[in-house]
Design a protein around this ligand. Sequence first.
Ligand SMILES: [Zn+2]
Length: 376
Amino acid sequence: MKVFNLESKPGKKVFGYIDMFEYPHGTIEKLPVALIEGKEDGPKFLLSGNIHGDELHGLVALQEVIQELDPNKIKGTIIIFPTLNPGGLLTLTRTPFYAKKDPNRLWPDPKPKDKPKLKYQDPYDENLDEDNFPNVQEVFYTKLYEIFASVDYYIDLHCHAIQSVPYSYIDRIYYDEKKEGDEIVAQEVFDKTKSLVESFGLTMVLEGPPRSYFEEKLHRSTTGSFANKLRKPGFTVELGGAFIVDTNIIKAAKTGVYNSLKWAKMLEGEIEKINNVKVLDEEIWREINIRSKHSGFFVTVVDIGEIVEKNQPIIEIRDVFGGVKETITSPERGAILAVWDDVKCYPNSEIGVFLIKNDIDVIMPWEYEKKEEKKG
Ligand SMILES: [Zn+2]
């Protein structure tokens, strides 16, 4: 397979770089890529990490995967980008120093465009619309998308919070109601994606409800765009905290990657259960925010990922002398997925996320937001 100037070779590992853009002083930023092609034909599987430059578990797990995989023992081709954000990696920041937009919100937009026509059109509207002037990252990702379009499966590795259960995020799949048969296609994409996510072996969490999903531009994330624009199975994994590298999380991530390669029939062997980290194996969960009512210090009183029943105390908000000001209880049966890397809180501040069993639709029409507003 050809990846710009690089070509994979049967039974070999090929390493190289793709030109991203030119710096003001004339040197070229480059994206590292590893191509591992088996001797036998098979699917194409894309793996990437570190699109948020401070999230290191994906980078390290993929480095080990590149070293461990034997091209003589795989079918098909594996394309690995250990970092999708080399600039952010160097400064250990979510965004690169040369472009401040979240790199995981700049991928081709799958949503059908529906811009309102105005009676008065200002001649400079176009000039002020930042969509018409993509930054260097967005231009490069649009070019790189050609590789995304040529693969069959995709996993993007991220990090969440130091105190979090590593988990897989599944994007909801949207469909165009005006397009005949599109709902069936969406369901098929979702079912295949879910099967792939199950093979990985971590806790499964559905991405946020439509309004927050669109507001946060998650449909333009790597896997949101892959699943909704290219309509192929791909998902995001959230592997514990940024800035740190935990060997148990690396082991779990590698087991998950190998499981999914086995699922795709690219690697021989049985799918292995992940036992280095906690896995909540009920069907699909969804997240809700945990907020405090008072200023103070938050401390969990149950383990992260421990199943609790409705109304059970989960977090205490304490004053500076340790007195309990507030006890946060579970809104329903579920578990704390994560608390943020902090101990302080203010009224209404988000201090973490709680998992509840998902009971909302996993596929939805693109126009969902409007319909929801009409109802209200
Ligand atoms: Zn991330």
